[in-house]
Ligand binder design. Sequence first.
Ligand code: COA
Length: 401
Amino acid sequence: MSTHTNHEQAGEEAGVPTAGIQDIAFATGHYSFDLKNLADQHEIDVNKFYVGIGQETMSIPASDEDIVTMGAAAAQRIIERNGTEGIRTLLFATESGIDQSKSAGVYVHGLLKLPREIRTIETKMACYGAIGALQMALGLVARNPKEKVLVIAADVARYDIDTSGEPTQGAAAVAFLVQASPDILAIESSQGVYTSDVQDFWRPNFRNTALVDGKFSVGAYMDALVGAWHDYRDHDGVDFDEIDWFCYHQPFTKMAVKAHMRLTREAGVPLDKPEAAQALEPTFGYNKQLGNSYSASIFLGFLALLDSETDLEGQRVGFFSYGSGAVAEFFTGIIQPGYRKHLRAQEHQAILDARVPIGYDRYRVLHPGTLVQPLDNYRTERETQGPFRFEGVSEGSRLYR
Ligand code: COA
């Protein structure tokens, strides 16, 4: 493993301070659903899920939870530790939007009683949206290093019952603070970007569940990885062997293994499946338990790596984000000296442990079905133990407490 100084590439040589992640935390839904329940229901070997796709349980939100309650719970931890001073922008990235017009971030702003002097918007591009938000945040901080940006990535991944995507559902939110001279991760300036108009996964406005061509989406992910990697290398990106760790978007953790095999082949240092799985193992812990959380998933991979036993000081992490449809990006960051003092590993484990396990029947009741119901008035039952509740809808307005 190499150790990199925190100013390589990050702009300090040009007199610009580094920028990146100062603090990062996650939240999830109230329930957990072991994929053994799904395997039993379908009378198949559970190792198709545990081993074949690399997923063990999925988080399921209670009926009084959604992206706003999870996003607010994650962001509350960031605000409690860092305060609100300097935060002038709140970016909320999601695929699971709850309104066609108003940003979910504005509801979070209200729940957390944030100062009025903040701009708040929502970003969307399937699972990529939060990386777009991160790059916007870095741009704002580069323009004015006194400013901070609160970014929230929150999603509920839902596929139809009895489809191939069903075992890859999940739910979580990650919140992080972007600022100058960060204590956890300084993000380097080189980026490899990629867009291709493909129909591998999409969700029309009238649907709760995504439509997906699963096998095609795996291929589209690979094409995007190769495209983004070469663009990264063409834009002053470092050599493959200068990157110590890789965090991929993990729709299911096995996807990252396939991707890493592909990237190592592309870089001329091919790893076989066990070697690729071993190299990425520290990034899998949270996603295996939470399931897919779309825009939050790549950050949960990063959090699992940070919260692991490994000492990462001075090491370079490569990030690959893929949003079906498709937009992708490859970039890197350097883990900062003393980063461990800023982590929340025990808090994160407690969040996972606090979830209430449910069986197949309850899972079916909580699954919203394919089509959005046009209900202007309804109340949700009190279920969540989290700090925020979605109370229901009154004359078309969503109510949060
Ligand atoms: N023990 C161990 N492994 C097993 C197994 C068992 N009993 N049964 C099957 N497997 C393995 C298969 O060999 C396969 O491995 P491979 O991918 O290395 O070849 C893996 O489990 C998956 O099996 P497969 O039959 O291909 O699964 P599937 O057709 O049901 O669906 C996806 C796989 C990814 C297409 C599906 O989960 C999906 O649609 N996901 C949503 C879309 C998505 O996340 N796309 C990713 C890009 S964004």
